[in-house]
Design a protein around this ligand. Structure first.
Ligand code: HEC
Length: 272
């Protein structure tokens, strides 16, 4: 099935109105496309160029600019669509909103680079960002904005300074060295196996298990995907066991030792 979807995606993309995608030469749109491909168009989520994948198609839906901005900022409750208000810099938020607006035929949306969400009256938490310089500031950029690391950048799973996706609980202890950071243990990752029909099995970070069902992050996806298996679902969680196959170091392997040194310098600077 997965192969079929992968095979069909380009065609779905064309059907989704990707005549637009052909003539992107504006730098803001180019950046927006880049941010979109790296942040939104991942296996579980939206397809390339606004096409459909695990999540709905975004291109040519006649969304208006305000709707696009508010869903992107706040997410959709009870779905894997998390809010990105604090996950992207203002500039990248502006670019990606402009790009998705463009996919919906809006050529000149009223976003402003300084604060695209505020310009539409969407309030977001104001991240506390103390001024930093030198290696600490470089480490901050590597933590949040290292797009060349694709989604294997720290802010994909960690929220710091009010920015990032809080998959993991807040970092309690800054590792003492790069090798300690490379060797972080992940005792809270388990394996969730779904029964009946699917027999799907995945590494998971369990959030809750109760009468409302089982809630967990599927850690096989990047970014991890929030899933809820309701108690009445025909696919139930029948096994939650320890996991030996998910390794934190695989998700930070795109960073060099020098870069991780700067990331640690940044984390120390803000925890002082
Ligand atoms: C794909 C998701 C993901 C990425 C990317 C990621 N981490 Fe993590 N990290 C986790 C998870 C999940 C845990 C907690 C695991 C557990 O508790 O079993 C964790 C734990 C940690 C811990 C230990 C937390 C503590 O309180 O002691 C530190 C430190 C850490 N990560 C730092 C980083 C840094 C720095 C980066 C970027 C270089 C990074 N992580 C990238 C998912 C990720």
């Amino acid at each position: 099935m997965k192969q079929l979807v992968t095979f069909l995606l380009p065609f779905i993309g064309i059907l989704a109105g990707n005549a637009y995608a052909a003539n992107i030469d504006d730098p803001v749109l180019e950046r927006g496309q880049e941010v979109y491909e790296l942040t939104c168009a991942t296996s579980y989520c939206h397809g390339p160029a606004g096409g459909q994948a695990g999540a709905p198609r975004l291109a040519a839906r006649e969304f208006d600019a305000l709707y696009i901005a508010s869903v992107t900022a706040n997410g959709v409750p009870n779905t894997p669509m998390v809010g990105f208000a604090n996950a992207l810099s203002a500039e990248d938020m502006n670019a990606v909103l402009t790009y998705v607006a463009f996919l919906n035929g809006i050529i000149n949306p009223q976003f402003t680079v300084d604060d695209p969400l505020a310009s539409l009256g969407i309030a977001v938490a104001n991240p506390r960002r103390i001024p930093l310089a030198g290696e600490a500031q470089e480490g901050r950029e590597l933590f949040f904005d290292a797009y060349d690391k694709s989604l294997k950048r720290c802010s994909t799973c960690h929220e710091v300074e009010g920015i990032g996706i809080p998959v993991a609980s807040p970092i309690a202890t800054v590792p003492g060295s790069v090798s300690a950071l490379r060797n972080i243990e992940t005792p809270n990752i388990s394996t969730v196996t779904l029964s009946i029909g699917s027999n799907e099995s995945m590494p998971a970070l369990l959030l809750s298990r109760g009468i409302a069902g089982v809630k967990f992050y599927d850690m096989s996806a990047v970014p991890p995907v929030l899933r809820t298996i309701p108690p009445e679902s025909d696919s139930e969680v029948f096994n939650i066991a320890g996991n030996a196959d998910w390794h934190h170091h695989d998700y930070i392997s795109a960073y060099t030792d020098e870069e991780l040194e700067r990331v640690l310098t940044f984390l120390r600077a803000i925890s002082e």
